[in-house]
Design a protein around this ligand. Structure first.
Ligand code: GLC
Length: 532
């Protein structure tokens, strides 16, 4: 590692995702808020994370849980006020935790003043040109289901790649570009350490770029998914990189780009673009040693080729929690929700594998993302009643895609209490399942072998042995059903096969996700870190 790289905190950071509405509710309205987060920052410091990423807390009608922003420079009263945000940043920084906020540039809320002005101004107006209005729709479909186009009263159609209440901005319009630079500056001036950039791969569609703004908008070709991952997005990120680099202290940009193959992901983290991109190929891998080794290899290779750190992620607010995803002995890998009527995951199997998967992830070189509640071993809420679902996916898919509510349920802090300590009383914007007592923090803190203590120890050892900054060398002696490697002086063995795996002779176990067998071997669905 070069001297320059050693000051780049983000290269080996552990970044914890807070989903504000479900983290901690200070005011008791059943929705988490910024003061709730601030009050729980000690927990994150105790866990040992380097940074938090906050999902959106901006003023929003909450049609997509805040990913529909009506004002990019304020806090929704649901979550608090700007002063609460400043207090959160101050407390986090005092604890040595950096703060990353979510930036949603692909679309606004339909309640954003720009969209309201566009509706009022009518066809052909400069106000409409900030969005993607056309006289005729094409065949594109919304990610949440149904057509990606909605007609307005005067007959024109606007594009929304997500919900009907999330109109896509026209990134070929210079005013849109200028506005987002100002938004970046607004939050940078308030002290944020970076931005997670929502739908980074979506901003530029397939029509012609800005030198044609005065010409009538070209027709949009039909096509399966031509709106994603266009080359034109990269110049936007190059310009943003200059903005964040003009501030002291290594502020970062993180791409949320669901692109394929993985080589395309690496294009977002070229030296003059973003700092990191979520590694969704890793998240999507099945519980199979071959699949995981392959994606680790390709991830490291494509990121190394552009000088960026690899990132690792297993769970977030958009996918089934990994403890439940890996809870199917037959290899089923649900991603977009589990309904009460679906085959249910085996909770014990999922937890066992989930703990092993987390230890494996946290030992890999690069940066790692942890989603709130992961450190409690929390499963998906897989039996939510359909009538409480709030994810627009559920409605827009005509109730065919369950959606993401199950991974967004408020998390348990205290056993026995109403809302498991999420808020002061029993209110919780999504119902919590019965029997979450055993996952509550106060049942796990100080308890040897608990998932919380496993994460805490893993983060401490990861730091002590500089695993995030290390290099991986495969250790094939562990056999084809294990994911096994050396990272510096630490050997990591995750056994995904049916037979126990022996550690190297003389190995001293540092941490294990489950008990070893009587012969000191690593059993099925268990991961071990050892010194050799
Ligand atoms: C991203 C967010 C997701 C949201 C979508 C639209 O994928 O992670 O939650 O629904 O963008 O903003």
């Amino acid at each position: 590692m070069t001297t320059e790289q050693s000051t780049q905190w983000w290269r080996d950071a552990v970044i914890y995702q807070v989903y504000p509405r479900s983290f901690a509710d200070a005011d008791g309205d059943g929705v988490g808020d910024l003061p709730g987060i601030t009050a729980r920052l000690d927990h994150l410091a105790g866990l040992g994370v380097d940074a938090v990423w906050l999902s959106p807390f901006y003023p929003s009608p909450q049609a997509d849980a805040g990913y529909d922003v009506a004002n990019y420079r304020d806090v929704d009263p649901l979550f608090g006020r700007l002063a609460d945000f400043d207090a959160l940043v101050a407390r986090a920084h005092a604890l040595g935790i950096r703060v990353i906020v979510d930036l949603v540039p692909n679309h606004t809320s339909d309640e954003h003043p720009w969209f309201q002005a566009a509706l009022a101004a009518g066809p052909g107006s400069p106000e409409r040109d900030r969005y993607c209005f056309r006289d005729e729709p094409n065949d594109w479909e919304s990610i949440f289901g149904g057509s990606a186009w909605t007609q307005v009263e005067d007959g024109q159609w606007y594009l929304h790649l997500f919900d009907v209440r999330q109109p896509d901005l026209n990134w070929n319009n210079p005013e849109v570009r200028a506005e987002f630079v100002e938004i970046l500056r607004f939050w940078l001036d308030r002290g944020v350490d970076g931005f997670r950039v929502d739908v980074s791969h979506g901003l530029i569609k397939t029509w012609e770029p800005s030198d044609k703004v005065d010409a009538p908008p070209p027709a949009i070709p039909d096509g399966p998914e031509p709106m994603w991952d266009q080359d034109g997005v990269h110049e936007i990120y190059r310009s943003w990189r200059k903005v964040v680099d003009s501030y002291p202290g290594e502020r970062i940009l993180v791409a949320e780009a669901w692109v394929d193959p993985i080589e395309r992901m690496a294009r977002y983290v070229r030296p003059d673009e973003m700092h990191q991109a979520f590694n969704f190929a890793y998240l999507l891998a099945s519980w199979s040693a071959d699949a995981i080794r392959e994606v680790v290899d390709s991830s490291l290779a494509v990121c190394q080729a552009v000088g960026a750190p690899t990132t690792w992620v297993l769970s977030n607010h958009d996918v089934v929690r990994h403890t439940s995803r890996f809870g199917y002995a037959d290899g089923t890998l649900p991603r977009n929700g589990i309904a009460a009527a679906d085959p249910q995951p085996d909770e014990a199997l999922g937890l066992r594998r989930g703990r092993a998967a987390s230890m494996l992830m946290l030992a890999l070189p690069g940066a790692a993302y942890v989603y709130q509640g992961e450190e409690f071993g929390l499963p998906e809420h897989s039996t939510l009643p359909d009538d409480v679902r709030q994810d627009p996916t559920w409605v827009r898919s005509g109730h065919t895609v369950v959606g993401r509510d199950g991974c967004r349920v408020p998390i348990p802090w205290a056993a026995g209490g109403p809302s498991y300590g999420f808020g002061p009383d029993s209110r919780s914007w999504l119902p919590q399942p019965p029997a979450w007592d055993r996952y509550a923090l106060d049942r796990q803190r100080g308890v040897e072998g608990s998932t919380y203590e496993l994460y805490r120890a893993a983060l401490r050892l990861r730091r002590e042995y500089a695993l995030g900054a290390g290099t991986l060398t495969w250790w094939p002696e562990a056999g084809p059903d294990a994911v096994a490697f050396r990272n510096g002086g630490v050997v990591v063995v995750a056994n995904l096969g049916a037979e126990p795996v022996a550690l190297p002779a003389g190995a001293r176990v540092l941490l294990a996700s489950g008990d070893l067998d009587v012969d000191g071997r690593v059993p099925t669905d268990t991961a071990v870190w050892a010194l050799v």
